[in-house]
Design a protein around this ligand. Structure first.
Ligand SMILES: Nc1ncnc2c1ncn2[C@@H]1O[C@H](COP(=O)(O)OP(=O)(O)O)[C@@H](O)[C@H]1O
Ligand SMILES: Nc1ccn([C@@H]2O[C@H](COP(=O)(O)O)[C@@H](O)[C@H]2O)c(=O)n1
Ligand SMILES: [Mg+2]
Length: 451
């Protein structure tokens, strides 16, 4: 089965032939967005907002600025004579840009040059960019060049009044790019403004979406994000199933995922970072338990209106991977009872319950079901069915895991709409062996060192 991110028919107006015979089947290509606009219109700001709202997706940003050619010594002496806003070959290395985009589109990692606006040169180190489901290409002239434009599935033009842009450019270039006001104004009137009028503004006609007010336009950004999610087929999971809770993604969490998902990560690091992620998921899951209000007196004699933790809890781990989550649960809930379930069966084969040992009074407890990976959902369904047969109400079950595949979410949530799932990331799909993609491999083997 193809990953969900690639199954939704996006890129359907791009065929393999029309894009230079790329070796990737057309339904496996990433969604490419171009963001153009005049200098300081807010392109970078808009891109960052889109990226932060797409936090569960694999997104990369490529800047056209990275492909500025380094100035040589003669050019540097007369830098104020240089036109950085012209689409000609002398200014940008568009061939390199196209080749990097082509590699990313084929699913290969690329090294993107780093550009320094103060020295007007490419500098080391370059930036390693990994393939992603969404690639955003941003820059003043990305809609001008036919070949670059032709890469895009969605073309955006950020449109802001020129006065506002000039004011922002003066501020930015004097603060961040080592310029003085006179340089900025001279460059603006000699090169930036004429090139904007001749090349950039006319490229607006190629845009699918024009965003007035740039980064202030929350509605436009939200619509764009919803459209991308729809195209990725990831749109509705949290909306269709309100019982799914994905913990808020931060760079810390992305960093931990990067480590645990990396095939090169050592067992020691895998365990360390999995434990950190598990702890976050467990803490988040506990936040979904019912509570009662309580007022206490602080040492200052003041009244604090708080809550009391839910007391009747238990954990149930699905052997063997789920056992890796027990320590975090014990660390958060002193003396918690933990039951075990062993289920046999792989892939889409039927699941068999091999062993279970659950607290006798489980039906009167809230149950935290522990299993780090939700793949097809078959094991989870078996485990949840057992809990229900023991009299645990569906509403009293919180299923905690690190990664969930959309297939598993659909299967579990359709069958058990009243339980809660707490996860740290939703992945793209399952492969033909029912492994989660991109996934993290066989969790139990990596965690317990049996791989
Ligand atoms: N909506 C906004 N309100 C205020 N300042 C903004 C806004 N959007 C961008 N800026 C500022 O204007 C400058 C240019 O924005 P940037 O996103 O870098 O534009 P571009 O990438 O189009 O050149 C930056 O200093 C940025 O912080
Ligand atoms: N060495 C350079 C290279 C480029 N510029 C200016 O940068 C502008 C593009 O970046 P934005 O973030 O504003 O889109 C472009 O207008 C160039 O004039 C520069 O000043 N020095
Ligand atoms: Mg920018």
């Amino acid at each position: 089965m193809e990953p969900a991110a690639f199954r939704s028919g996006f890129n359907d107006h791009i065929s393999v032939e029309s894009n230079g015979g790329f070796d990737c089947p057309k339904n496996k290509q990433p969604f490419i967005i171009g963001v153009a606009g005049g200098t300081a219109s807010g392109k970078t700001t808009v891109c960052n907002q889109i990226i932060s709202q797409l936090h569960d997706q694999r997104v990369v940003l490529v800047n056209q600025d990275s492909f500025y050619r380094s100035l040589n010594d003669d050019q540097l002496v007369n830098v104020h004579e240089y036109n950085f806003d012209h689409p000609g070959k002398a200014c940008f290395n568009t061939e390199l840009l196209l080749s990097c985009m082509e590699k990313l589109r084929r699913g290969h990692p690329v090294n993107i040059p780093s550009y320094d606006f103060k020295s007007h040169k490419s500098i080391e180190p370059s930036r390693l960019v990994n393939p992603a489901d969404v690639i955003i290409l941003e820059g003043i002239l990305v809609l001008h060049d036919f070949h670059v434009r032709n890469l895009m599935n969605m073309k955006i033009f950020v449109d802001i009044d020129s006065d506002v842009r000039l004011a922002r450019r003066i501020q930015r270039d004097t603060v961040e790019r080592g310029r003085n006001i006179q340089n900025v104004l001279d460059q603006y009137s000699r090169f930036v403004k004429p090139s904007f009028e001749e090349f950039i503004l006319p490229s607006k006609k190629f845009a699918d979406i024009i965003i007035p007010r740039g980064g202030d336009n929350d509605v436009a950004i939200d619509l764009i994000v919803q459209h991308i999610l729809t195209k990725l087929g990831q749109h509705d999971l949290c909306k269709i199933y309100p019982n799914i809770n994905v913990i808020f993604s931060t760079f810390q969490i992305r960093g931990m995922h990067t480590l645990v998902r990396d095939v090169k990560t050592t067992k020691h690091d895998f365990v360390f970072y999995s434990d950190r992620l598990i702890r976050l998921v467990v803490e988040h899951g506990l936040g979904h338990l019912p509570f009662t209000e309580k007022q206490i007196i602080t040492p200052t004699g003041s009244v604090y209106s708080g809550v009391v933790f839910c007391k009747r809890l238990c954990g149930v781990s699905v052997i063997r991977s789920g056992e890796s989550m027990e320590n975090a649960l014990r660390a958060c809930c002193k003396g918690i009872k933990i039951g075990k379930i062993l289920i046999h069966g792989d892939g889409k084969n039927g699941r068999q319950l091999i062993y279970e040992k659950l607290p006798a009074d489980i039906s009167s407890r809230h149950v935290l079901l522990l299993d780090p990976v939700l793949a097809s959902g078959n094991s989870a369904i078996k485990a949840i069915s057992l809990l229900l047969s023991k009299g645990v109400p569906e509403t009293s079950i919180i299923f905690l895991n690190l990664i969930s595949a959309p297939e598993g979410i659909h299967a579990v949530c359709r069958k058990f709409p009243k339980l809660k799932i707490v996860t740290s990331e939703i992945d793209s799909s399952l492969d033909k062996n029912y492994g989660v993609i991109p996934g993290m491999g066989e969790f139990g083997d990596r965690y317990f060192g049996t791989d």
